[in-house]
Write a protein that binds this ligand. Sequence first.
Ligand SMILES: Cc1cc2nc3c(=O)[nH]c(=O)nc-3n(C[C@H](O)[C@H](O)[C@H](O)COP(=O)(O)OP(=O)(O)OC[C@H]3O[C@@H](n4cnc5c(N)ncnc54)[C@H](O)[C@@H]3O)c2cc1C
Length: 360
Amino acid sequence: MRCVILGAGLMGRLMALALARQGHAVEVFDAQGADAMGAAARIAAAMLAPLAESAITETSVVRMGHHSLSRWGELLRELPEPVFSQRNGSLIVWHRQDAPLAKQFEQMLRQTARDCPELPPLEKADGTRMADLEPSLAGRFTQGMYLPGEGQLDNRGLLEALLRALQGQANVSLHWQSPRTPDDFDLSARDAPDWLIDCRGLGARDRLRLRGVRGEVIRLYAPDVTLQRPTRLLHPRYPIYIAPKPNHLFVIGATEIESEDLSEASVRSTLELLSAAYTVHPGFGEARIMEIATQARPTLTDNLPCITLHGPRHVSLNGLYRHGFLISPAMLDAALEWMQTQTTEWALRWGLRVEHEPHH
Ligand SMILES: Cc1cc2nc3c(=O)[nH]c(=O)nc-3n(C[C@H](O)[C@H](O)[C@H](O)COP(=O)(O)OP(=O)(O)OC[C@H]3O[C@@H](n4cnc5c(N)ncnc54)[C@H](O)[C@@H]3O)c2cc1C
């Protein structure tokens, strides 16, 4: 088949590689460059935390996240170069005065565990266990929660490795600085592509009811800090996560603001993110600020992902919101299943929406 993919962010690159490896001819168009500067995926912390995220999302996303955790292992192994990833679990911490918040958070996660018994259960950690899990936090937090099996990966390493893999496929052609809309392709023409797959993220606003949710993140170089896994601070006003990447880099994130403003991070957000990180580990006081970045998460009206069928051979994969890395392997599997068999077994199993575009 001849497949055209619009958008080479996270979803577009994954789809393109999977289809190319199945032997299809794949053409990819992106509005910006191969460096993924136009993609939310370049800015993300890329945490893979289905249970932690269940405090703010639905069980469908949690189930997709659980499926994706093991699928990432396979997908990364097939790439031509190694991509940093880990599954050391997540650690949840809070300051003493925020204990009621922690109680509420725990109740939400216990409900998720009842709804999704396939997830490894959360473990409450006392001071000794905390020191064992994360020695550099010993004495600072006398209790916490440990969510085994959760993971994270290096988003930029992944985007680059996917690019290399695509460049190495003879049946893939990549077009950068080439914005396209579905209207640029007449699917009834004789030489039309067999499939048009729209992975434009926020760029698909012409077809979907999308909004951007602004997020600001800071990358720090902190040789004095060692963390074995992503750590989340519960806080009534400044909830943050700290995701340790290779070479003493840490991604501190993320704000969540109902706005599509992509201008530079505000002073308020920067102060909040950095102060909160410093309360978790004083070693961040001497860290170096490598980057402060802003992007918008592509979000549908109900904050949930959706496979939208615009016609028999035209499909959109969108609404990945703050969960693109968490759920994209599941989106990939569900989309490939639809394209190959016109069935939605995977989507039904997780509760992922597959919808016909109204008026089509
Ligand atoms: C601050 C922040 C933190 C995040 N943290 C996490 C996290 O920890 N875990 C997690 O799972 N997710 C996280 N995410 C979410 C994740 O980044 C997104 O869900 C994911 O990137 C969405 O993938 P996508 O392919 O749909 O869109 P994108 O990655 O945004 O890619 C869309 C692509 O389409 C291209 N495009 C747009 N218009 C056109 C056009 N007309 N023609 C051709 N190409 C076009 C763009 O240039 C871009 O390359 C975070 C996001 C942000 C902003």
